[in-house]
Ligand binder design. Structure first.
Ligand code: NAP
Length: 253
Protein backbone atom coordinates (compact mmCIF):
# COMPACT_ATOMS: atom_id res chain seq x y z
CA UNK A 1 0.00 0.00 0.00
CA UNK A 2 1.31 3.47 -0.86
CA UNK A 3 1.86 5.96 1.98
CA UNK A 4 -0.99 8.12 0.58
CA UNK A 5 -3.39 5.15 0.70
CA UNK A 6 -2.25 4.24 4.21
CA UNK A 7 -3.08 7.79 5.41
CA UNK A 8 -6.36 8.01 3.45
CA UNK A 9 -8.16 9.90 6.23
CA UNK A 10 -5.39 12.40 7.08
CA UNK A 11 -6.87 15.61 8.54
CA UNK A 12 -10.42 14.23 8.68
CA UNK A 13 -12.72 13.80 11.65
CA UNK A 14 -14.75 10.61 12.13
CA UNK A 15 -17.58 9.94 14.58
CA UNK A 16 -17.97 6.25 15.43
CA UNK A 17 -21.00 5.29 17.51
CA UNK A 18 -20.51 2.15 19.57
CA UNK A 19 -16.81 2.90 19.18
CA UNK A 20 -15.90 1.68 22.65
CA UNK A 21 -15.60 -2.00 21.71
CA UNK A 22 -16.18 -4.70 19.09
CA UNK A 23 -16.51 -3.64 15.46
CA UNK A 24 -16.75 0.04 16.41
CA UNK A 25 -13.44 0.02 18.26
CA UNK A 26 -11.76 -1.88 15.41
CA UNK A 27 -12.97 0.76 12.91
CA UNK A 28 -12.08 3.66 15.22
CA UNK A 29 -8.50 2.39 15.56
CA UNK A 30 -8.27 1.61 11.84
CA UNK A 31 -9.44 5.13 10.92
CA UNK A 32 -7.01 6.65 13.47
CA UNK A 33 -4.15 4.71 11.88
CA UNK A 34 -5.29 6.20 8.54
CA UNK A 35 -4.91 9.71 9.98
CA UNK A 36 -8.41 10.65 11.22
CA UNK A 37 -9.25 12.24 14.56
CA UNK A 38 -11.95 10.10 16.16
CA UNK A 39 -15.02 10.88 18.23
CA UNK A 40 -15.79 7.69 20.16
CA UNK A 41 -19.40 7.57 21.33
CA UNK A 42 -21.35 5.04 23.35
CA UNK A 43 -23.52 5.04 26.49
CA UNK A 44 -20.67 4.34 28.91
CA UNK A 45 -18.31 7.32 28.97
CA UNK A 46 -15.56 5.40 30.83
CA UNK A 47 -15.55 2.73 28.10
CA UNK A 48 -15.19 5.47 25.47
CA UNK A 49 -12.33 6.99 27.46
CA UNK A 50 -10.61 3.58 27.44
CA UNK A 51 -10.95 3.51 23.63
CA UNK A 52 -9.51 7.03 23.43
CA UNK A 53 -6.46 5.89 25.39
CA UNK A 54 -5.97 3.00 22.92
CA UNK A 55 -6.20 5.43 19.98
CA UNK A 56 -3.78 7.86 21.62
CA UNK A 57 -1.35 4.99 22.18
CA UNK A 58 -1.37 4.56 18.38
CA UNK A 59 -0.43 8.23 18.01
CA UNK A 60 -3.97 9.33 17.14
CA UNK A 61 -6.28 12.08 18.42
CA UNK A 62 -9.66 11.21 19.92
CA UNK A 63 -12.53 12.49 22.05
CA UNK A 64 -14.86 10.40 24.23
CA UNK A 65 -18.55 11.30 24.30
CA UNK A 66 -21.24 9.52 26.31
CA UNK A 67 -24.32 9.17 24.10
CA UNK A 68 -27.40 6.95 24.02
CA UNK A 69 -28.17 7.05 20.31
CA UNK A 70 -31.85 6.23 20.85
CA UNK A 71 -32.28 9.68 22.42
CA UNK A 72 -32.34 12.44 19.79
CA UNK A 73 -31.30 15.18 22.24
CA UNK A 74 -28.15 13.15 22.95
CA UNK A 75 -27.59 12.60 19.21
CA UNK A 76 -27.79 16.36 18.65
CA UNK A 77 -25.37 16.95 21.55
CA UNK A 78 -22.90 14.42 20.09
CA UNK A 79 -22.77 16.23 16.75
CA UNK A 80 -22.37 19.56 18.54
CA UNK A 81 -19.53 18.25 20.77
CA UNK A 82 -17.68 16.82 17.76
CA UNK A 83 -18.05 20.17 15.96
CA UNK A 84 -16.92 22.20 18.97
CA UNK A 85 -13.88 19.94 19.52
CA UNK A 86 -12.63 19.60 15.94
CA UNK A 87 -14.45 22.20 13.78
CA UNK A 88 -15.35 19.67 11.10
CA UNK A 89 -17.12 16.34 10.60
CA UNK A 90 -16.08 14.21 7.63
CA UNK A 91 -17.23 10.71 8.53
CA UNK A 92 -20.16 9.32 10.52
CA UNK A 93 -20.29 5.61 11.28
CA UNK A 94 -23.67 4.48 12.60
CA UNK A 95 -22.34 1.35 14.27
CA UNK A 96 -24.00 1.22 17.72
CA UNK A 97 -26.44 -1.65 17.75
CA UNK A 98 -28.21 -4.18 19.92
CA UNK A 99 -29.80 -7.50 18.97
CA UNK A 100 -32.05 -8.76 21.76
CA UNK A 101 -33.64 -12.14 21.13
CA UNK A 102 -37.33 -13.01 21.41
CA UNK A 103 -38.18 -16.51 20.12
CA UNK A 104 -41.64 -15.60 18.75
CA UNK A 105 -43.41 -12.40 17.77
CA UNK A 106 -45.69 -12.88 20.78
CA UNK A 107 -42.60 -12.71 23.04
CA UNK A 108 -41.64 -9.26 21.74
CA UNK A 109 -42.40 -6.74 24.49
CA UNK A 110 -43.12 -3.11 23.75
CA UNK A 111 -39.93 -2.17 25.63
CA UNK A 112 -37.79 -4.56 23.52
CA UNK A 113 -39.38 -3.26 20.32
CA UNK A 114 -38.86 0.42 21.19
CA UNK A 115 -35.27 -0.07 22.41
CA UNK A 116 -34.22 -2.14 19.39
CA UNK A 117 -35.73 0.30 16.90
CA UNK A 118 -34.37 3.24 18.90
CA UNK A 119 -30.72 2.15 18.85
CA UNK A 120 -30.55 0.52 15.40
CA UNK A 121 -32.80 2.82 13.37
CA UNK A 122 -34.06 5.96 15.11
CA UNK A 123 -30.58 7.06 16.23
CA UNK A 124 -28.87 6.58 12.84
CA UNK A 125 -31.55 8.66 11.09
CA UNK A 126 -31.12 11.62 13.44
CA UNK A 127 -27.32 11.43 13.54
CA UNK A 128 -27.10 11.35 9.75
CA UNK A 129 -29.52 14.27 9.40
CA UNK A 130 -27.64 16.44 11.91
CA UNK A 131 -24.14 15.40 10.77
CA UNK A 132 -24.99 16.16 7.13
CA UNK A 133 -25.78 19.76 8.11
CA UNK A 134 -22.12 20.13 9.16
CA UNK A 135 -20.45 17.96 6.52
CA UNK A 136 -18.75 19.26 3.39
CA UNK A 137 -18.24 17.69 -0.04
CA UNK A 138 -16.29 14.43 0.15
CA UNK A 139 -17.81 13.44 3.49
CA UNK A 140 -19.25 9.98 4.05
CA UNK A 141 -21.80 8.12 6.15
CA UNK A 142 -21.37 4.41 6.85
CA UNK A 143 -24.24 2.40 8.33
CA UNK A 144 -23.47 -0.94 9.95
CA UNK A 145 -26.21 -3.38 8.98
CA UNK A 146 -26.57 -7.14 9.32
CA UNK A 147 -27.26 -10.18 7.15
CA UNK A 148 -30.30 -10.56 9.41
CA UNK A 149 -31.80 -7.70 7.36
CA UNK A 150 -31.78 -9.84 4.22
CA UNK A 151 -32.15 -13.30 5.85
CA UNK A 152 -34.49 -12.70 8.78
CA UNK A 153 -35.76 -15.25 11.31
CA UNK A 154 -38.15 -15.16 14.25
CA UNK A 155 -35.40 -14.94 16.90
CA UNK A 156 -34.16 -11.57 15.75
CA UNK A 157 -37.33 -10.25 14.08
CA UNK A 158 -37.23 -6.70 15.45
CA UNK A 159 -33.46 -6.36 15.01
CA UNK A 160 -33.75 -7.64 11.43
CA UNK A 161 -36.59 -5.21 10.71
CA UNK A 162 -34.57 -2.33 12.17
CA UNK A 163 -31.52 -3.22 10.07
CA UNK A 164 -33.72 -3.60 6.96
CA UNK A 165 -34.95 -0.09 7.75
CA UNK A 166 -31.32 1.03 8.02
CA UNK A 167 -30.69 -0.42 4.54
CA UNK A 168 -33.58 1.70 3.27
CA UNK A 169 -32.24 4.79 5.05
CA UNK A 170 -28.85 4.20 3.40
CA UNK A 171 -30.47 4.63 0.01
CA UNK A 172 -32.42 7.70 1.18
CA UNK A 173 -29.28 9.28 2.68
CA UNK A 174 -27.38 8.67 -0.57
CA UNK A 175 -30.11 10.38 -2.61
CA UNK A 176 -30.76 13.28 -0.25
CA UNK A 177 -27.12 14.15 0.50
CA UNK A 178 -25.63 13.58 -2.98
CA UNK A 179 -26.15 17.22 -4.04
CA UNK A 180 -23.89 18.23 -1.13
CA UNK A 181 -21.19 15.73 -2.23
CA UNK A 182 -21.86 13.43 0.73
CA UNK A 183 -21.96 9.68 0.09
CA UNK A 184 -23.71 7.01 2.19
CA UNK A 185 -23.18 3.25 2.15
CA UNK A 186 -23.75 0.28 4.44
CA UNK A 187 -21.79 -2.80 5.41
CA UNK A 188 -24.08 -5.79 5.80
CA UNK A 189 -22.19 -7.83 8.38
CA UNK A 190 -22.02 -11.57 8.72
CA UNK A 191 -20.74 -13.05 11.97
CA UNK A 192 -17.86 -11.45 13.87
CA UNK A 193 -16.34 -12.47 17.22
CA UNK A 194 -17.53 -9.63 19.45
CA UNK A 195 -19.23 -9.46 22.87
CA UNK A 196 -22.69 -9.19 21.32
CA UNK A 197 -22.08 -12.34 19.23
CA UNK A 198 -20.68 -14.23 22.26
CA UNK A 199 -23.70 -13.19 24.33
CA UNK A 200 -26.10 -14.40 21.64
CA UNK A 201 -24.64 -17.89 21.01
CA UNK A 202 -25.75 -20.47 23.56
CA UNK A 203 -22.91 -22.98 22.95
CA UNK A 204 -19.76 -23.90 21.04
CA UNK A 205 -22.00 -25.96 18.75
CA UNK A 206 -24.09 -22.91 17.88
CA UNK A 207 -20.91 -20.95 17.13
CA UNK A 208 -19.72 -23.79 14.88
CA UNK A 209 -23.05 -23.80 13.09
CA UNK A 210 -22.71 -20.07 12.46
CA UNK A 211 -19.23 -20.70 11.04
CA UNK A 212 -20.58 -23.41 8.72
CA UNK A 213 -23.09 -20.91 7.29
CA UNK A 214 -20.52 -19.20 5.07
CA UNK A 215 -18.19 -20.45 2.35
CA UNK A 216 -15.06 -19.41 4.31
CA UNK A 217 -16.40 -21.59 7.16
CA UNK A 218 -15.31 -19.35 9.99
CA UNK A 219 -16.40 -16.44 12.14
CA UNK A 220 -14.57 -13.20 11.40
CA UNK A 221 -12.16 -11.29 13.61
CA UNK A 222 -13.42 -7.70 14.26
CA UNK A 223 -10.34 -6.39 12.40
CA UNK A 224 -11.75 -7.90 9.21
CA UNK A 225 -14.35 -5.14 8.87
CA UNK A 226 -11.70 -2.40 8.76
CA UNK A 227 -10.56 -2.73 5.13
CA UNK A 228 -14.08 -2.43 3.70
CA UNK A 229 -15.01 0.33 6.16
CA UNK A 230 -11.91 2.37 5.26
CA UNK A 231 -12.66 1.91 1.57
CA UNK A 232 -16.25 3.12 1.99
CA UNK A 233 -15.44 6.20 4.11
CA UNK A 234 -12.44 7.34 2.06
CA UNK A 235 -12.01 8.80 -1.43
CA UNK A 236 -11.09 5.30 -2.69
CA UNK A 237 -14.86 4.72 -3.09
CA UNK A 238 -15.64 8.17 -4.56
CA UNK A 239 -18.14 6.78 -7.15
CA UNK A 240 -19.91 4.42 -4.72
CA UNK A 241 -23.03 5.54 -2.87
CA UNK A 242 -26.30 4.03 -1.69
CA UNK A 243 -24.75 0.55 -1.69
CA UNK A 244 -25.07 -2.39 0.70
CA UNK A 245 -21.77 -4.28 0.78
CA UNK A 246 -21.92 -7.76 2.35
CA UNK A 247 -18.90 -8.63 4.49
CA UNK A 248 -20.02 -12.09 5.53
CA UNK A 249 -17.49 -14.72 4.45
CA UNK A 250 -19.82 -15.62 1.57
CA UNK A 251 -23.03 -16.49 3.42
CA UNK A 252 -24.61 -19.61 1.91
CA UNK A 253 -28.14 -19.43 0.45
N1 NAP B 1 -20.82 -9.08 15.77
C1 NAP B 1 -21.57 -9.54 14.80
O1 NAP B 1 -21.51 -10.73 14.48
C2 NAP B 1 -22.50 -8.62 14.04
C3 NAP B 1 -23.26 -9.17 13.00
C4 NAP B 1 -24.11 -8.34 12.28
C5 NAP B 1 -24.19 -6.99 12.58
N2 NAP B 1 -23.46 -6.49 13.61
C6 NAP B 1 -23.62 -5.06 13.91
O2 NAP B 1 -22.38 -4.45 14.14
C7 NAP B 1 -22.52 -3.37 15.06
C8 NAP B 1 -21.51 -3.52 16.19
O3 NAP B 1 -21.76 -4.76 16.84
P1 NAP B 1 -20.69 -5.46 17.79
O4 NAP B 1 -20.83 -6.91 17.57
O5 NAP B 1 -19.37 -4.79 17.67
O6 NAP B 1 -21.35 -5.13 19.22
P2 NAP B 1 -20.70 -4.96 20.68
O7 NAP B 1 -19.34 -5.53 20.75
O8 NAP B 1 -21.77 -5.45 21.61
O9 NAP B 1 -20.58 -3.37 20.80
C9 NAP B 1 -21.73 -2.58 20.75
C10 NAP B 1 -21.34 -1.13 20.90
O10 NAP B 1 -22.52 -0.35 20.82
C11 NAP B 1 -22.62 0.48 21.98
N3 NAP B 1 -24.02 0.71 22.27
C12 NAP B 1 -24.99 -0.19 22.61
N4 NAP B 1 -26.15 0.43 22.81
C13 NAP B 1 -25.93 1.76 22.58
C14 NAP B 1 -26.74 2.92 22.63
N5 NAP B 1 -28.04 2.85 22.99
N6 NAP B 1 -26.17 4.12 22.33
C15 NAP B 1 -24.87 4.21 22.00
N7 NAP B 1 -24.06 3.15 21.95
C16 NAP B 1 -24.58 1.94 22.24
C17 NAP B 1 -21.87 -0.30 23.06
O11 NAP B 1 -21.35 0.53 24.11
P3 NAP B 1 -22.16 0.94 25.44
O12 NAP B 1 -22.58 -0.33 26.10
O13 NAP B 1 -21.19 1.78 26.23
O14 NAP B 1 -23.32 1.76 24.97
C18 NAP B 1 -20.70 -0.84 22.24
O15 NAP B 1 -19.72 0.16 22.06
C19 NAP B 1 -23.98 -3.41 15.53
O16 NAP B 1 -24.74 -2.49 14.82
C20 NAP B 1 -24.42 -4.82 15.18
O17 NAP B 1 -25.80 -4.92 14.97
C21 NAP B 1 -22.62 -7.26 14.34
Amino acid sequence: MSEAAARALEGRVAIVTGGSKGLGLAMAKGFARAGAAIVVASRKLEACEGAVREIEALGGRALAVGCHVGDWAQCDALIEQAWQAFGRIDVLVNNAGIAPVAPRLLDVTEALFDKTIGVNLKGPLRLAARAAERMGAGSTILNISSVASVRPNSFTAVYAAAKAGLNVLTSVMAQEFAPKGIRANAIVCGTFWTDSFRAGVPSEDAAEMAARGNVLRRIADPEEIVGTALYLVSDASSYTTGQLIQVDGGVLP
